[in-house]
Design a protein. Structure first.
Length: 537
């Protein structure tokens, strides 16, 4: 039995802003290129979660007439504030000029991606939703495409032409644009040793809700960023409130996954955030419409892997182009896709295996310059919150991003957790079902679609470790960091405890693939089209 094979000039894996921008720019450069984009979600945007404040400069360059084309980018930032929160109070902080959002927009990334996809299809890009990139096809040290559908794997977890299962999608160049901690990107980075010269990547877990609020409380275009409470001085992160159109508000909290206390629950911390007067005064009497979570990259330029290799490139958050200081990722994703497209077009013309010009173009770009300027901001917070704030002020106002040093990301997030015996347990209050809610009611608002009988996509490398190691040493931290209640320790009377994995609850945040102390959990794409079905996140 032979696999079905489709061949293209360029294959793009991921239907987010980076992948769509790559496809659009490629067609603008050469309309005769055959381009296919494969998205694991059931539709474009179904798995997308982002803040989201858009700097339109990348969109201006990609599609100069986007306003005339009625892109869903209409709510311009009208006011903004940065607050340091204590338990019940707030302190207003100055916002550095270059980090202000004067000309930016409050958007739904879901809706923007849908519009970008429509634009790409009009140019001739083929878009296929509900198809996961299960495995890369690697031959002669070259990425030749992907396998989608059910696959057989060799001993190194690589799908090869010897296996008949699944569909084979081949291309001269493959663009990896899955977003943060992409499963294909992880395999390719490892296979081609792309991170040999970079520091460990670090991540944050972003949890977000959309609320419909009282029209009297709505302030369309108003945005608030918060640091401090509910996270303590040892945990990095921050919250946000973005007023959208039609009395909608996006509220969220990002918790860096390098936190040390295994009892900490990012989900429960988010519930506490909503109880702060700054947030509760806006949400009171409102209705929750949607809930989601996704990891974001925070490592900065120090943690960027090599982004081009034989047969492919990595763009957007799959590489790690988020500007943490500015809290901007979408614009950089679009710009990285455009830069990659230029390099790919050049490589195809010259019949080169590697789009070698990609790295060179990146290093000459404003994107790279901006990332370099803020490279020390996020690592400075490893020395506690107050130290990070003080250094950020010095770096911005005095050093102006030109410090003669670069702070290092020395330790990966999974190695930062302390033993449960060394820390104090954290007790969280029960949900009030007005502002705070349990996980079960939250994941219901993610509109998850998983067949209960499909194979579990959360694979344990060692099935004994959740009990012998995580439970014994880290108080079963996987039951606390997961924002969808996927992991549960079952302790029956007179029986040994065991880990129950509720894979059908997974909202594809990828936290488990990052935070497990032994990296024992491997997140693989579930059956195609599975997962959350977001509409406005």
């Amino acid at each position: 039995m032979l696999r079905d094979v489709l061949e293209y000039d360029v294959l793009i894996v991921g239907g987010g802003p980076a992948g769509l921008a790559t496809a659009i720019r490629l067609k603008q450069l050469d309309k005769n290129l055959t381009i296919a984009l494969f998205e694991k979600g059931s539709s474009i945007g179904a798995n997308i979660v982002s803040g989201c404040i858009l700097d339109p400069s990348g969109l201006n360059e990609l599609i100069p007439n986007w306003r005339q084309l009625n892109f869903p980018v209409t709510t311009q930032v009208s006011s903004e504030q940065l607050l340091f929160l204590t338990k019940n109070n707030k302190i207003k902080l100055p916002i550095p000029g270059k980090w202000k959002n004067n000309n930016n927009f409050v958007i739904s990334l879901n809706l923007l991606c849908k519009k970008l996809a429509s634009f790409a299809e009009h140019l001739g890009v083929e878009i296929y939703c509900g198809y996961s990139a299960k495995m890369p096809i690697i031959e002669n040290n070259t990425l030749c495409g992907i396998i989608t559908g059910d696959v057989g794997l060799d001993k190194n977890n690589i799908a090869t032409a010897n296996y008949a299962a699944g569909m084979e999608i081949r291309a001269k160049q493959t663009v990896i644009a899955e977003g943060a901690r992409g499963s294909l990107a992880k395999l390719v980075i490892q296979e081609f040793n792309l991170n040999k010269d970079s520091m460990p990547q670090t991540y944050g877990l972003g949890i977000k809700e959309i609320w419909q609020i009282d029209s009297k409380l709505a302030k369309t275009g108003s945005i608030t960023h918060c640091i401090g409470y509910p996270l303590n001085n040892k945990a990095y992160g921050g919250g946000f409130l973005y007023h959208m159109e039609n009395n909608l508000v996006a509220v969220g909290l990002v918790t860096a996954l390098d936190y040390t206390n295994p009892y900490l629950s990012p989900y429960a911390e988010f519930q506490k955030f909503k109880l702060h007067p700054v947030v509760s005064s806006v949400l009171q009497g409102g209705t929750r419409l949607e809930y989601g979570a996704r990891v974001v990259v925070e490592g900065g330029i120090q943690s960027l892997p090599k982004v081009n290799f034989n047969g492919g490139v990595i763009v957007g958050d799959s590489a790690g182009f988020l500007n943490v200081a500015k809290i901007k990722g979408v614009d950089n994703a679009i710009k990285s896709g455009m830069i990659a497209a230029t390099a790919i077009a050049d490589a195809l013309k010259l019949q080169q295996l590697e789009a070698q010009n990609y790295s060179a173009l990146l290093k000459r770009s404003k994107l790279y310059h901006d990332l370099y300027a803020v490279r020390n901001i996020r690592p400075a917070f490893n020395r506690k919150l107050i130290c990070g704030l003080i250094y950020s002020a010095i770096d911005y106002y005095i050093l102006r991003g030109k410090a003669p040093w670069t702070f290092k990301n020395k330790i990966a997030d999974n190695n930062k957790t302390q033993l449960a015996s060394k820390v104090k347990p954290i007790k969280y209050a029960k949900a009030d079902n007005k502002l705070t809610f349990d996980i079960a009611s939250s994941i219901y608002l993610s509109n998850i679609s998983h067949n209960d009988n499909q194979p579990c996509h959360l694979k344990l490398k060692d099935a004994t470790l959740p009990i012998t190691y995580n439970l014994a040493k880290y108080a079963a931290l996987e039951t606390k960091y997961c924002p969808a209640g996927v992991y549960e320790i079952i302790q029956a009377k007179n029986a040994k405890p065991y880990l129950q994995i509720h894979a059908q609850n997974c909202i594809h945040c990828k936290a488990c693939d990052i935070k497990d102390p032994n990296l024992n959990i491997n997140w693989e794409p579930p059956e195609s089209g599975s997962g959350p079905q977001y509409t406005i996140l």
